[in-house]
Design a protein around this ligand. Sequence first.
Ligand code: RET
Length: 135
Amino acid sequence: PTSLCGTWDMISNVNFDAYMNALGIGVYLRKIALRLKLRKVIEQQGDQYIIKTLSTFRNYAISFKTGQEFEEFTKGLDNRHIKVRTDVVNVGNKLTCEQVGEKKNRGWAHWVEGDKLHLELHCDGEVCKQVFKKN
Ligand code: RET
């Protein structure tokens, strides 16, 4: 896709609470997470991506190669072990994945439009939409 690389700061976050609730995250952690202004730092070398979610409260990072299945432990989020299927692919300018595990219909998509990074997170029928501007 259009390069996702860079440092991106959150400007909007729609339905994050319902998404976290669908993940089974408790009300206390949800309240903290909802107040955070998240920063994404995305690095890419060839097929290799590192995506960092940074905040004053907690950081979270994943690293993977597109097209190769990997295992993710969502430490500090819902603390589940999931298989992220080789559907980490570039579909029409989007970097998408499906996170296969206990939760149904779980995954995300990243894409760039203009100077904004868009991230759509879904789980069990809930869709969260986050937008970031280039730092
Ligand atoms: C925070 C704070 C602690 C509680 C929760 C969080 C959620 C993080 C999420 C990260 C998603 C990362 C993605 C990376 C993709 O490459 C902010 C760490 C629940 C939902 C989609």
